[in-house]
Ligand binder design. Structure first.
Ligand SMILES: [Zn+2]
Length: 83
């Protein structure tokens, strides 16, 4: 057994605050344009929203993880998560 190589934190110089870097920051901050969800398996655009792990509390449902699955694939018995 040999010792694992150790990782050291080094003092790095920050990225220069040039005009070019400011443009990059602005581009990174902007939102991505909306894209229509499409199934990667069949190309379908119809989705079903499902929830996993929903809790029932005082007669009301709460929590759970939402998932979008492809409606076309679901009809064929396949569960394809699209978003
Ligand atoms: Zn599909």
């Amino acid at each position: 057994m040999t010792d694992k190589p150790r990782l050291h934190v080094i003092e790095g110089t920050p990225a220069p605050d040039t005009a070019q870097e400011q443009v990059r920051k602005r581009v990174r901050a902007t939102e991505k344009p909306a894209t229509m969800i499409q199934c990667h398996r069949c190309g379908g655009r119809e989705v079903i929203e499902t929830k996993i792990g929903v809790m029932l509390k005082n007669g009301k449902t709460t929590g759970g993880t939402k998932q979008l699955i492809c409606a076309c694939c679901f009809m064929k018995g396949e569960r394809v998560v699209v978003g």
